[in-house]
Design a protein around this ligand. Structure first.
Ligand code: NDP
Length: 282
């Protein structure tokens, strides 16, 4: 069994991006990201801080807009409009979830597709569907990178994704399909879940339930990617996979933390660099 070191792979990816950002700077192109956070959700705050740190490390200019929880749609859409029109801001992201009174769909739709580095805008989602995309969805793209690092061929393999959310499960399945895997998507209404998952050569769990994937659900020698981030009562983070129980059955497995999480941020940075290059016709 090999543990897939998401932290190391993310660090390598970020170093490549740092060099690219530096070489763009030499050509007179700077890269800029605006991050909007509304309210004071502690998990969102951690994610936004990590994104800011990654920008600093890579030499990407970043601006943070921390708006109060009671912000109106009008104010939020006004800010997005202003950021859409600025040439020094190449990427815009609004940290989700938003407070209940705000319309998440309308906010996602307001971000210019060219600056939508999360790849949540329907235009970018559609492009992912047809396999002709500018921006990869960050978490699934990070997972693809992790699978590729194992050296395990994806083409022709049986891949099972547990979870069908718009930000993880669905785009994850699409990226695997584009690489010629045979993909099954499972969700809360799936019957005989363990029968299906135990056929998977590559199993991706994106459920949001601690220790949900147990050894009987895993095929001997499978690659297991754990996207879940769950906080236990003792404050510790854990994934969707019962790591200790499952690990000896796998050929490769990601830990939580230190697996898919760090890759998501690296892919966000990659999208921001892509956005800057496209906007500068490079
Ligand atoms: P959602 O809650 O949006 O989706 C969860 C999915 O799991 C749903 O499709 C749901 O099915 C399915 N599910 C729930 N219970 C079961 C069950 N008993 N059997 C089978 N399927 C089930 O979560 P997200 O996709 O946004 O996130 C999933 C996890 O990944 C979370 O822990 C989240 O924190 C983490 N995450 C990690 C990221 C990272 O950077 N590593 C980034 C984004 C998310 P149904 O559709 O039927 O309800």
């Amino acid at each position: 069994m090999k543990i897939i070191d998401g932290k190391a792979i993310s660090a390598k990816t970020k170093e490549e991006l740092r060099l690219e950002v530096a070489s763009l700077k030499e050509k007179g192109v700077s890269v800029g990201l605006a991050v909007i956070i509304v309210g004071d959700d502690p998990a969102s705050r951690v994610y936004v801080n990590n994104k800011k740190k990654a920008c600093e490390l890579l030499g990407i200019y970043s601006e943070e807009y921390a708006l109060p929880a009671e912000t109106t749609m009008e104010n939020l859409l006004g800010l997005i409009e202003e950021l859409n029109s600025r040439s020094d801001i190449n990427g815009i992201l609004c940290q989700l979830p938003l407070p209940r009174h705000l319309d998440e769909k309308a906010v996602i739709n307001a971000i210019s597709p060219e600056k939508d580095v999360d790849a949540f805008h329907p235009v970018n989602v559609g492009k992912i569907m047809i396999g002709d995309f500018d921006f990869l969805p960050c978490t699934p793209a990070g997972v693809m990178r992790l699978i590729d690092e194992t050296g395990v061929e994806i083409e022709g393999k049986s891949c099972v994704v547990i979870g069908r959310s718009n930000i993880v499960g669905k785009p994850m399945s699409m990226l695997l399909l584009h690489r010629n895997a045979t993909v099954t998507i499972c969700h809360s209404k799936t019957q005989n879940l363990s029968e299906i998952t135990s056929q998977a050569d590559i199993l991706v769990a994106a459920v949001g339930r601690a220790n949900f994937v147990t050894p009987n659900m895993v095929k001997e020698g499978a690659v297991v990617i754990d996207v879940g981030i769950n906080r236990l009562e003792n404050g510790k983070l854990c994934g969707d996979v019962d790591f200790e129980a499952v690990k000896d059955k796998c050929s490769h497995i990601t830990p939580v933390p230190g697996g898919a999480g760090p890759m998501t941020i690296a892919m966000l940075m990659a999208n921001t660099v892509t956005a800057a290059k496209k906007q500068n016709n490079l």
